[in-house]
Design a protein around this ligand. Sequence first.
Ligand SMILES: *Cc1c(COP(=O)(O)O)cnc(C)c1O
Length: 496
Amino acid sequence: MLYRSTRGRFGPVTASQAIKLGIAPDGGLFVPTDPVTIENPDRLINSTYQERAEAILQPFLTDFTGAEVRECVQSAYNTVRFDTPAIAPLYKLAPGLHLLELWHGPTCAFKDMALQILPYFLKKATEKTGEDAEIVILVATSGDTGKAALEGFRDVPGTRIVVFYPEQGVSEVQKRQMVTQEGGNVSVVAVRGNFDDAQSGVKAIFTDETVKADLAIRGYKFSSANSINWGRLVPQIVYYFSAYLDLRRDGEISPREAVNFVVPTGNFGNILAGFYARRMGLPIHRLICAANRNNVLTDFIRTGVYDRNRAFVRTISPSMDILISSNLERLLFELTGHDDRVSRWMEQLRSSGCYAVDADTARAVAELFWSDFADDAETINTIRNTYREYGYPMDTHTAVGRVVYGKYRAATGDATKTVIVSTASPFKFNESVSIALLDPETVSGRTEFELLEILSGLTGWVVPPGLRNLDKKPVLHDTVVNREEMKDAILRILRK
Ligand SMILES: *Cc1c(COP(=O)(O)O)cnc(C)c1O
């Protein structure tokens, strides 16, 4: 399997090269040149998560041997790193409605599903391509990717990692997780701005020839741990298959019965993996894209017009506070049959913040995807009601999914069995979850760290080890920069 850039001016390259580069030098994203199909997925019904992962990953990583893929899978998905042998368990909330819990990894959000394995892919990729430069992983984060990448890459030989996060755009727990990060090869920098500022800044650094030249002299090369890296996206395909196979195994669906997935969406990486799973033959009826008030994707899916010219809203689901959803570029490239219209749209997005796709492409999007959004009040109500009705505490992002699923049912009447992708542990966004579940007197004046314990007492769920004692750890990273200073910050860090 080879990979080419969505901007059409780079590739084809091997999976190793695509993973090592992260983003294509022409500014595009790597996609597989050919479709992959998984024959008879039902043969994996009684397999473990690890066995399923091997079967799904191998056809995308054809320059890796079977033994190498297995080694990566075993190193990432085990009970040292995940708190359940199921890795990504399904929880049956109600008849025909399941939650796919993707937060059992070390940082309590779904980013671990990919970022636990990406460092192993990257290590193999650098070996295969005979790389002797040190790889610098540049990360822009809306909160969860940063910590997951730091955990994945800390002290990995031959790598450095630099994370940029929006100073005001992450929860207290998320921030503490990052600024207390230990490891000899890690740096964390706050940016005065929002996630889009951080992401655009990182993308600009990737394609800045003077920075690249400066670093090459010092023996460094950039790569990415954001979902613009194919190596981040491909492990996410696995859990769509795994969820489906669990439903089959548990007798919840009949052979070939199609299901819906509801995906709380920001950068469009998670839901895009669902799109690829469907292309590979997984019976998915609808992919329901759940947004918060930064609902640029909802508008796009409904109208074919992508317009980021709108106020950026800070919400209680901060990992989805994004107006430029990078991975949409891959979807459009696939839906147009790898056409260079996509380059033009992306150029329009860059220059005017807006583009409109042609009618055929808009129709293709709307046939498969459906979207709506939830505001903060709806999100809080849903956390409260879900807990009252089922005793299940949801995080804010998952709750956005549940609100939007309710709107989908009401709008379409579609009774297809549905999986809501649960992207974070409720403890990770515990201030909002506490507001939903506790009375105001209990919440007021308490820190997020006190609330963790109270929530644990209420729900009987244990506080995940990764979130315990965060307030007692020393702050190791306190640099704050303006967006224009990101480039200098990188140079300063790497010249040290
Ligand atoms: C990153 C993240 C999302 C959004 O996922 P995308 O792949 O960016 O669409 C949703 N919820 C949580 C908790 C996240 O960390």
